[in-house]
Design a protein around this ligand. Structure first.
Ligand SMILES: [Zn+2]
Length: 282
């Protein structure tokens, strides 16, 4: 029963990738949305891929890649370069933005966020904490079914810069294990709590096949500044490539839930495509 569910979930992930088609997996950090072709980002040493990257691969060449990347289920970690800085932006073609929700899942708020995203047929990223995920695995399953990306935000949300390497490894690996179990796939992205990155975090993340993603616009929603203020921060910060940080856990997040119901339709009306980054499977 459980295995079947997992297979279904994995099937949904594959279907999601197939639906995104070439756009979904065109570049290491190109964002994919709809059927749009995406500007592929060459695997250059520059940490931040920009819109200047060109060279479009043969469509038939990369269309076949995603499916090979999903099997076998417990494939070796993807080879990932060790970075020295996290990505702050994710560029796709046109006016694309990425919405991210951290620290959850929380059954009081996350389902409402998922409902709103579903209402507008939009995909987002959830950087979950292992200690929250382990008790809310059904929500991770729903994220998989709905086509969202789940990233690793450590187990207990510590300040990584104060931990030993072995402790950071424990925080990250254990969280990836829970994500794999509930979501159906190990995470390909991680985010350091408080945005406090260090060398060990970059190295361990790469070792576990994850790319570091920070953010461009911080809503500071955790300070509960009011729904309108959160909406204004997102809309004032809106620009192509922007990654928005909000939270679906860690306190009372009703303002974050309500704000999404306002800024999401506004962004869509303004012509933004809300997308998630896709990594090339090698
Ligand atoms: Zn956090």
């Amino acid at each position: 029963m459980k295995k079947d569910q997992l297979l279904t979930r994995r099937g949904a992930l594959i279907a999601g990738a197939a639906a995104l088609g070439a756009a979904g997996c065109a570049g290491v950090l190109a964002s994919g949305g709809g059927d749009e072709p995406v500007r592929p980002v060459a695997p250059a040493p520059a940490p931040f891929p920009g819109p200047q990257a060109s060279s479009v691969p043969e469509p038939s060449g990369y269309r076949l890649q995603p499916l090979t990347g999903y099997a076998p289920a417990r494939a070796a970690p993807h080879r990932t370069r060790v970075r020295h800085e996290p990505f702050l932006r994710v560029y796709g073609r046109g006016r694309t933005m990425v919405l991210t929700f951290d620290d959850g899942p929380d059954p009081r708020y996350t389902p409402h966020i998922l409902d709103t995203l579903a209402e507008y047929d939009v995909r987002a990223m959830f950087f979950v904490c292992g200690e929250m995920a382990v008790d809310n695995q059904d929500l991770l399953a729903r994220m998989a079914d709905d086509g969202h990306i789940v990233g690793n935000h450590t187990w207990t949300h510590p300040l990584l810069t104060q931990l030993k390497r072995s402790q950071i490894r424990w925080e990250m690996k254990r969280t990836s294990d829970v994500i794999e179990n509930a979501y159906g796939q190990r995470p390909l992205w991680f985010r350091a709590p408080y945005g406090a990155w260090n060398r060990a975090a970059f190295q361990l993340g790469a070792e576990m096949g994850m790319e570091p993603l920070a953010w461009t616009v911080d809503t500071l929603d955790w300070t509960t500044p009011g729904t309108r203020t959160i909406v204004d921060r997102v809309e004032d910060g809106a620009a192509p490539g922007v990654v928005v940080l909000s939270h679906d856990a860690g306190g009372n997040r009703s303002q974050s839930v309500r704000a999404l119901r306002h800024y999401l339709p506004d962004l869509l009306d303004s012509g933004y495509h809300i997308t998630v980054p896709r990594r090339r499977y090698a």
